[in-house]
Design a binder for this molecule. Structure first.
Ligand code: FES
Ligand code: FE2
Length: 473
């Protein structure tokens, strides 16, 4: 493969060679080296993560003026700052002097950010307001005319408290990127009149596997009663022993073939998997259903309570609102074979104490890093990463279930919510649809191809300009 950062004149890579996507024949597979090739990882960072919208943080992580939150867009360190007027801005978290990260903690509140290396100071609009010992510096006039501010992230936008950013200025509006996912964000936010929040405190861990394994696994119903067999056995025992006193998920009951399940995939790479809850009366939201029906209507309330939903907003944020309750995951690829996860419990603001308690205990039980579920998935990723090195077996076959249940465009359930997915399926949980993974790989191909084209079209050298560093420019 060629150089990871392509210059004009470099031969283009045909990324279509990595997917076998034949809709007519009903075949879809993925070449294993996209999980194992470090150069593919580099290009993904450049063409996907650093060229498109990515999730940065939730408003509940920086609610007040002068709050900041540090994160990454691809490989680039970023700080999101709420200025004194309450406006959100994003900056590359690198001092203009010698590049030290300026904000060293995950989050905080301060009017001024002082670099820990030589003490340059920046305000909450990214402007440099102090250079230590400036008077005696003997700087040239030409140097003094340069902009010392933090480099702004070209695009920051928010949808109902979900904050996204893009290093590439030339991207579609966030609303367009999110598309139908706005309705599924609404289904979380509208659970309370006050909206949703991430509970303070989080778990962070890394796994020795490629980020796309996480993209797939969040929507993989097929592994539930195999990889998480221990959890299934525990819940079976609880159902048997506690009877009506048990308010957690009954996993075995979810496999009842009378229950509706299905999936949607969208052109932007987003995908969603839904399952009908076998016992919606045990959901923490159940006591609120009449209020909800009045406030947001029957159809939305039905989707909130009757159906569990897992979704991915490509490429880095995933959310669940299913029988196992409330996980919010942000993924960060660190290498072709290493991924960092940050996981949170999301909640409707101001819910009843009993509902909050049920939600937290159920979340901890399965999703938290010490829960019964997450370690199973991490072990599966490691096994898959090691297995993927067996490149003599070049193609993965994990994308075929659900092919004959596939509808191009919307099915009747999508119509209920007025959705316009690229593909829809419906069938029992035992069908364990895998066609919903196609959306993210098709978006992968589109982004890799357009990102490469943009790189090839780019002038080979960017001249420094005096105003290019200016916050707000
Ligand atoms: S690197 Fe920040 S002041 Fe020198
Ligand atoms: Fe899992």
């Amino acid at each position: 493969m060629g150089n990871s950062s392509q210059d004009a004149g470099t031969a283009a890579i045909d990324f279509a060679q990595y997917l076998h996507d034949d809709t007519e024949q009903g075949v879809f597979s993925v070449r294993r080296d996209i999980f194992t090739d470090p150069e593919i990882y580099d290009l993904e960072m450049e063409y996907i993560f650093e060229s498109n919208w990515v999730f940065l943080c939730h408003e509940s992580q920086l609610p007040n003026p002068n709050d900041f939150y540090t994160t990454h867009i691809g490989r680039q360190p970023v700080v999101v700052i709420r200025n004194q007027q309450g406006e959100l801005n994003g900056f590359i978290n690198a001092c203009s002097h010698k590049g030290s990260k300026v904000c060293l903690t995950r989050q905080g509140n301060t009017k001024f950010h002082t670099c820990s290396y030589h003490g340059w100071v920046f305000d909450n609009n990214g402007k440099n307001v102090a250079v230590k010992d400036n008077e005696d510096a003997a700087y040239s006039d030409a140097f003094k005319a340069l902009d010392f501010g933090l480099k702004p992230v070209p695009k920051i936008a928010e949808y109902r408290g979900w904050i996204f950013g893009s290093i590439e200025a030339d991207v579609a509006p966030l609303e367009e990127h999110l598309g139908d996912m706005r309705q599924f964000i609404d289904l979380l936010v509208d659970q309370s009149v006050d909206g949703m929040e991430l509970i303070p405190g989080m778990s962070s861990y890394t796994f020795n596997g490629n980020w796309k394994m996480q993209i797939e696994n969040c929507l993989d119903g097929y592994h539930l009663n195999v990889a998480h067999k221990g959890f299934l056995e525990i819940t079976n025992q609880r159902v048997k022993r506690l009877g009506d006193k048990y308010t957690g998920p009954d996993i075995e009951a979810m496999f009842n073939t009378d229950l509706q399940t299905g999936s949607f995939g969208w052109e932007q790479g987003h995908a969603l998997f839904f399952t009908e809850n076998p016992a919606p009366e045990y959901r923490p939201l159940w006591p609120e259903r009449e209020n909800l029906q009045k406030r947001i209507g029957e159809a939305k309330t039905d989707w909130m309570i009757r159906f569990g939903r897992n979704f991915t907003i490509f490429p880095n944020v995933q959310c669940t609102d299913n029988a196992v309750i409330g996980q919010f995951r942000v993924l960060r690829p660190l290498a072709h074979n290493k991924t960092e996860m940050q996981i949170y419990c999301w909640v409707p603001k101001g819910e009843a104490a009993s509902a909050r308690q049920q939600r937290l205990r159920t979340y901890e039980d399965f999703f938290d890093i010490a829960g019964t579920g997450t370690p199973d998935d991490v072990a599966a990723y490691m096994n898959c990463q090691e297995g993927a090195e067996g490149r003599l077996a070049q193609w993965q076959l994990g994308y075929g279930r659900g092919q004959t249940a596939l509808t191009n465009g919307a099915n009747s359930l999508a119509d209920e919510l007025g959705l316009q997915p690229a593909t829809s399926t419906a069938g029992p949980l035992t069908m364990s649809d895998e066609t919903l993974f196609h959306a993210s790989y098709r978006a992968w191909l589109k982004m890799m191809t357009s990102g490469q084209q943009r790189a090839l079209d780019r002038p080979t050298k960017t001249e420094p300009t005096r105003s290019s560093n200016q916050a707000g420019s």
